[in-house]
Design a protein around this ligand. Structure first.
Ligand code: F3S
Length: 408
């Protein structure tokens, strides 16, 4: 692999042991994927922050790296952690867990990784531009950056994203190369797909069928309102990344690479899939009880507009089941300033930041039955948290929280 003089000096340890280790990781990755060279990246999004996921071995790995002087040289930010830093006690999180989680956040902060603790950095101003190379790791954020913004990133692991943060480089392979960004599946959507729920169902179905392929959609009708459009695209990408491993999709005449290249973004041997209805996504859902411990919305993390929409649904009412709405602390701060958090609180809901239903220790809180509106959360909760998970529309989730039982 060709390395520049500066990259060679990183590898030789001339910029410290922390940079040397980062460069060694990237070179090893580059060799595995036959990259010809390194390329500069504009930002890094680092996953593997939750103590629930990385435990003591992960904390030790990060601490050792920080001790040898590793620091980010480009804007780099953190994925959600296992606690809400402000209200973890109120949520009943164990003190030991909170201490360990705080240690992880502190070590990463020491490495100059910004504690954004969100999977939707694009809602708080970390928005890469078209064609920009980045190294992001959370799967829904990767999908959004690649597909909706037209930036270029592979689906990085925590250590490789951190190594990119420290060196400002990534090996050039995969989705960094234009020739690898063409769709290998044509999805002809012949049924109505308009609500957030529909986009979740569609994403779930397509992810299962295409695995790590790149779909090109025809027949999608996106909402006109900008924030609703964003919300649907965010949900579609998150769902395909969870039921499959889709890191990039195109929508005819909607997403930037399709707008620019039209059918030029489709590989000549692309396979065709027709979608006639969405109900097949629900065929595996069989609930024989309706007990409900928690309703949680915000996978991926909510925007301020989504929070307000939910606020209007519950304003002046009394929730019978706990409702968690997860977002970044910046969005929560804005919601506090605009009185949104107070109204949600009065109805019995909680706006939670820094964490989510998948990476917080929900099982340890004794919660067993949870309802979600997100395909991604519905995919992960049964395996990651061993919970009975009901999956419905936002409206169905809110109605269930108001009634205190899952509404089939
Ligand atoms: Fe984000 Fe957690 Fe979902 S990190 S995409 S809210 S699983």
């Amino acid at each position: 692999m060709h390395l520049t003089e500066e990259e060679k000096s990183f590898l030789a340890g001339e910029h410290g042991a922390g940079v040397k280790k980062a460069m060694e990781i990237l070179v090893a990755f580059g060799k595995i994927f036959e990259a010809q060279k390194m390329i500069p990246v504009a930002s890094a999004q680092v996953a593997g922050v939750s103590y629930k996921n990385i435990g003591d071995p992960g904390l030790e790995f990060l601490t050792d790296w920080a001790k040898i002087g590793a620091k980010a040289r480009i804007p780099a930010f953190m994925n959600p952690a296992g606690i809400d830093r402000a209200i973890w006690e109120e949520l009943g999180i164990d003190e030991h867990f909170a201490e360990k989680q705080t240690e992880i956040i502190n070590v990463l902060t020491q490495m100059d990784i910004i504690p954004t603790l969100t999977c939707t950095p694009y809602h708080i101003g970390y928005t890469p531009s078209f064609g920009q190379h980045i190294a992001w790791s959370e799967s829904s954020a990767v999908s959004y950056a690649n597909s909706v913004l037209g930036a270029r990133t592979n689906r990085e692991g925590g250590p490789s994203a951190l190594a990119s943060a420290i060196t400002g480089r990534t090996p050039e392979f995969g989705l960094h190369l234009a020739e690898n960004r063409k769709a290998n599946y044509i999805i002809d959507v012949k049924c109505k797909v308009s609500s957030l729920r529909d986009f979740n169902l569609l994403g779930y179905l397509i992810g299962k069928q295409v695995g790590n392929g790149i779909p090109y959609f025809y027949g999608l009708d996106l909402p006109e309102l900008e924030w609703k459009r964003t919300n649907c695209l965010k949900a579609l990408g998150a769902a395909m990344a969870a039921s499959g491993a889709v890191a990039l999709y195109h929508i005819h005449n909607e997403t930037p690479e399709s707008k620019q290249m039209k059918e030029g973004m489709i590989a000549t041997d692309a396979k065709k899939i027709n979608i006639l209805e969405l109900q097949a996504a629900l065929s595996e859902q069989k609930y024989d009880e309706n007990q409900l411990d928690l309703v949680t919305i915000g996978c991926p993390h909510l925007s301020i507009e989504e929070l307000k929409e939910i606020m209007h649904m519950i304003q002046g009412k009394n929730l019978k089941t706990e409702l968690w709405l997860t977002t970044s602390f910046q969005v929560r701060k804005q919601a506090e300033e605009e009185g949104v958090v107070d109204i949600i609180k009065k109805a019995g809901g909680t706006v939670i930041s820094d964490t989510c239903m998948v990476v917080a220790p929900l099982k340890e809180l004794g919660l067993k039955y949870v309802a979600v509106n997100s395909a991604k959360a519905a995919c992960y909760l049964p395996s990651h948290q061993e919970m009975t998970t009901y999956w419905g529309s936002t409206e169905q989730c809110i109605e269930s929280a108001l009634e205190g039982r899952w509404k089939f």
